[in-house]
Each structure stands twice: as C-alpha cells, then as structure tokens.
Design a protein around this ligand. Structure first.
Ligand code: UDP
Length: 409
C-alpha cells in the first residue's frame, strides 16, 4: 500500500515568486534540451553550499526533461586533508605544495575516473578543486566546465599555476563573481548561486514548530538571538564572532548561537569545533547538529544573523537568512558584497569592533530590523532564487554549439 505520494518541486511552483512570464520563459528554453545529458561532479553529498545547490538544481533540471546527474567522488581523509589545504590556498592561505601531496591528489582522482564512466554525456560540470584533475583521464567528447565556488580574489600563485595545468583543459570556467576572474586561455562565466525556497531549510515555518526546535536544543528565547550558522572553518571567523558578541552584549543583553557542521570533504572542521568549546557559556551556545529545521528556526527567529567571513565565495547562509526577513551583518568580502547592500538589508563589516557596533545598533532598533528584513526578503526574491540560476544553465546548454563548437546529438 502506498502511504505517501512524493512530489518534486516544479518550475511552475515558483510562479508566486517570479511571475508567470518568467516561468513560461524557462519552460520554453528547456524545450530544445529534452534528454540533454549532463552530469555534475563534486566531493560531498552534504555539508556546505555546493551540495546544498546541487540537490534541488539537478531535480529541477530533471523535471524539465534534462537528464541531469550528480556524482560524488570518494577519497580517504588524507586526500581530503590535501584538498582542504588547496581550498585554503585558493582563498589566499599558505600551502606547502609537495610532490607527495600532488601525487596523492592525482592518484585518487585517477581512481575516481576509472570507476566513473562518462561516455555519452552532452556536458560534464566539475565542481571545485577536489575532482578537478578528472578531465586528464578521459577522452573528451563533450564540453567540460569547471565550476569553482571558492573566493578567488587572492589565490596562492604557486597553487594556481599547478591547478591551471588541469583547468586549461576545460572548455570554460564558471566563477561566482567577476572579481574572481583569472588569467586563463578559456572563457570565464559568472553565475551567482541561489536557494531553493521550498526546502525544509527555507520554507515558511510555523511559530509553534520554531519554538519546538529551539526548545529541543535548549536554546533560550528570553533574550534576542544573535546567530551565525557555518561550517566550522577559520575563514568563517567564529572567534571573531564570539569577540564581537562579547563587546556588543555590554550594551544590549543577548544570546549568541553558533551552529556549525562538518562536511565529509573538510577534515579541519572537528578541530575548529573543538577549539571553540572552551568559549561556551550560558549565553554563548555552540552547537554541531545536522538539522535543516533548526537552521530554518534560527535564521527565522534571530534578531540578527552574522556571517563574519574573512573570505567567502558566495555565502548561501547569507541568502538563507535574508530570505527569512532577517537582517544580516556580513564580512565585507567576496560574494557577501553582492547580497548585502550596506545599510539597506543588513550591514557589511570590516572588523570585530564594527561587527559589535552593528549588532548593538540592530538589537536596539526593532523598527530598523523590520525595515531591513523586508528589503532582505525582496533581495532574494529578485535575485537569488534557484530559477534564476537554472535559467543561466539552460542558456549555457542552449548555447554550447555556438560557444564551444560541439554538436548536441
Ligand atoms: N549549514 C547547515 N548546517 C550548519 C552549517 C551550515 O545546514 O550547521 C548549511 C547552510 O545552511 C548553507 C551551507 O551549509 O546551506 C553553507 O553554504 P555557504 O555557501 O554559506 O558556505 P560553504 O560551507 O559552502 O563555504
């Protein structure tokens, strides 16, 4: 007996947010792409923004008749510890790029290539540095795209030179923003990420359900909540968040919640989490749980959400919080700058002190919070819903004959 009839989100479900015309346009663009076979390859099925995007994006593509797959490479922790160092290096951190590291990196990807059969595709899209060398182990029969999500404003030059030897074998690169453009002999496209408004994390939650989640995790609601939700990663500056909170609470009483998770491709997470635990207090709550409803409840209920990153490719956590009508105080870096309009839907900050001052200002001024909150949701409705990103991909698929001179069978 069938107890539940699952239903996938359709592009038409977005009509309430983007209007009928945009919905029709997307359906029209998809007509020529029936059975277009594309696969996305990344390095984790959960934890972090890329996995967050690929789930709903590939489903929407399939609903349009595109055969969109999603594959995840495998690797032991020593492989991911090397690729995390590369991730850090791409964002400007130091890396000691030894022969041993390069060898493990290339060997593991070679093994992944051996067990992934990519023969009859119309396009292959490889995400981030982890699976990047895969292209070297196939006979290319269709366009291959490298989609890099990290903050490339200041990549480590030695690492970039090394990775470029793989990158230039691709047909094009997609980066999040123009500022990340690199010197490369192939076309560079710019796609800002987006969110799924129907997911458990982003759909409207009832008050009672929010209360229930907060109670379940023993999060007190008697004082305003200041929240940051991020992978435990130094680039997200959790230490800076705690310092800013400690300064702000001298002016306004409040509770800090730092919620984080650890992705399978990020072995540094556990260490960062543990290093924070001695800062726990009654009003400094540090949690590590994998619970999308909790993320939703916190982003909705927070008086202010922080994303005090020092580097940030895009920052889906910012989009998610803005969508819930919560003003966001974000680091003045990378993709955050494309989402927060300073003083309009939140604030951009450059230091701990500035963060503290903005927290205090927002906590003292409920009217400002609600004005900014309204603009925050509108920002996302206009620019950062998944249908906009989907349409960019459809345009790319439709244009690949002219752009890449490949023929779609
Ligand atoms: N996230 C989560 N639980 C956590 C921390 C993060 O579900 O405890 C999610 C968050 O909601 C967002 C994604 O992980 O969807 C993080 O994406 P973002 O682009 O902000 O950063 P990344 O981790 O990719 O650097």
């Amino acid at each position: 007996m069938v107890t539940f009839q699952p239903k996938l989100t359709q592009v038409s479900d977005y009509e309430q947010f983007i209007g009928a015309e945009a919905v029709d346009r997307i359906y029209q663009k998809a007509l020529a792409l029936k059975d277009f076979h594309v696969t996305h390859i990344n390095s984790t099925y959960y934890g972090g923004g890329v996995a967050e995007l690929l789930g709903p994006l590939t489903l929407l593509m399939n609903n349009l008749g595109i055969k969109a797959g999603w594959r995840v490479i495998q690797g032991a922790p020593d492989f991911f510890s090397i690729t995390k160092k590369m991730h850090n290096g791409l964002q400007g951190g130091k890396i000691n790029l030894t022969k041993r590291k390069k060898r493990i990196y290339e060997e593991i990807i070679y093994e992944n290539a051996a067990r992934n059969h990519l023969n009859d595709h119309d396009m292959v899209i490889v995400h981030d540095p982890q699976p990047l060398p895969m292209i070297n182990y196939y006979q290319k029969k269709c366009p291959w795209i490298w989609r890099c999500h990290v903050d490339l404003s200041r990549p480590n030059p030695e690492l970039w030179d090394y990775l470029s030897t793989f990158i230039r074998n691709y047909n094009a690169v997609i980066l999040s923003i123009e500022e990340y453009r690199q010197k490369l002999p192939i076309p560079q496209l710019f796609f800002l990420p987006a969110i799924d408004p129907f997911s458990i994390k982003n759909r409207k939650m009832k008050e009672a359900d929010i209360e229930e989640r907060l109670r379940y995790y023993k999060i007190p609601t008697d004082l305003p909540l200041v929240v940051q939700i991020s992978r435990f990663d130094r680039w997200k500056d959790p230490e800076g968040v705690i310092k800013a909170f400690k300064i702000a609470r001298k002016e306004v009483d409040c509770t800090l919640v730092l919620l984080g998770n650890v992705a399978t491709d990020d072995p540094e997470g556990a260490e960062v989490y543990e290093s924070l635990l001695n800062q726990k207090e009654e009003r400094i709550i540090i949690l590590s749980h994998e619970d999308s409803s909790l993320v939703n409840a916190l982003q909705t209920r927070a008086a202010v959400v922080l994303q005090k990153s020092l580097r940030e490719g895009f920052g889906l956590t910012v989009t998610e919080a803005l969508w819930k009508g919560t003003p966001v105080i974000g680091g003045n870096v990378g993709g955050i700058r494309y989402q927060i309009k300073d003083g309009v839907n939140g604030f951009l900050v450059n230091s701990v002190e500035e963060t503290a001052a903005r927290i205090a200002q927002l906590l003292k001024d409920p009217k400002l919070r609600s004005q900014m909150g309204e603009k925050a949701r509108e920002t996302v409705r206009e620019k950062f819903l998944l249908t906009r990103l989907l349409e960019q991909y459809l345009d790319l698929f439709n244009s690949f004959e002219t752009v890449f001179h490949y023929k779609y069978k």
